[in-house]
Ligand binder design. Structure first.
Ligand code: ATP
Length: 200
């Protein structure tokens, strides 16, 4: 089984790494591909793809089974997830696409969600005590709810938005991102002159 973990990763943080590690612990994965997004419709992307790939490589350096892939960056844009999983399935067979519960909550707004579930399982990371009933509406609306699998991750209260905001405000980000990511953010001077991040 190949795990695919997509995200903007602007920047990747310890919550992303925790999700990847939990997936490797709980799901039987032969490999885990970390797939930074190219252009994400509806989401502002501050950093160049090449920068986000370098950040992701630094972030997942300590996870031997994880490999950063330019799959979504090098394809014609927008590179939708249903195409990513279709391609991955042709190449590797069984595929599980990993998302946080927040992304699953808006799953029905994705491009062709039912096609995503036709080609791949969806691994949804939840936190201990998470109310699964909240996601029942999404499950009830998809054609293949049997393709959705939940797994628990330890709660890690950090988001990329939070990290960008802290850097812009001159606040420390130690412990919120892996050390290699912190170094790159510093060396490349990323996120220093952020406009106020949009609320989403
Ligand atoms: P932003 O703050 O810019 O919206 P983000 O922190 O949500 O970014 P993304 O790159 O958009 O990061 O997220 C990629 C994936 O990681 C999504 O599936 C999201 O649900 C998941 N994720 C993000 N933060 C966490 C976290 N703290 N714990 C677990 N999963 C997370």
């Amino acid at each position: 089984m190949t795990g695919l973990f997509g995200g903007t990763f602007d920047p990747p943080h310890v919550g992303h790494v925790a999700l990847a590690r939990a997936a490797l612990d709980h799901l039987r994965l032969d490999r885990l591909l970390v797939v930074p997004a190219g252009r994400t419709p509806g989401k502002r992307v501050a950093s160049d793809p090449a920068v986000r790939v370098a950040l992701a490589q630094a972030a997942f350096d300590g996870v031997p089974q994880a490999q950063v892939s330019r799959l979504d960056i090098d394809r014609p844009q927008p590179a939708y997830s249903f195409e990513t999983v279709r391609w991955a399935r042709e190449r590797w067979g069984d595929v599980i696409f990993l998302v946080g519960a927040d992304r699953f909550a808006d799953f029905l707004t994705w491009e062709r969600p039912n096609e995503v579930l036709r080609y791949a399982r969806l691994g949804v990371a939840t936190r201990p005590g998470f109310d699964r009933d909240r996601l029942a509406g999404v499950l009830a609306a998809v054609e293949r709810p049997d393709q959705v699998q939940f797994f628990e991750i330890p709660p890690v209260a950090v988001s990329s938005t939070d990290v960008r905001r802290r850097v812009a405000a001159g606040e420390p980000i130690e412990g919120l991102v892996p050390p290699g990511v912190e170094r790159l953010i510093h060396d490349l001077g990323l996120y220093r002159n952020q406009r106020r991040a949009p609320v989403h």
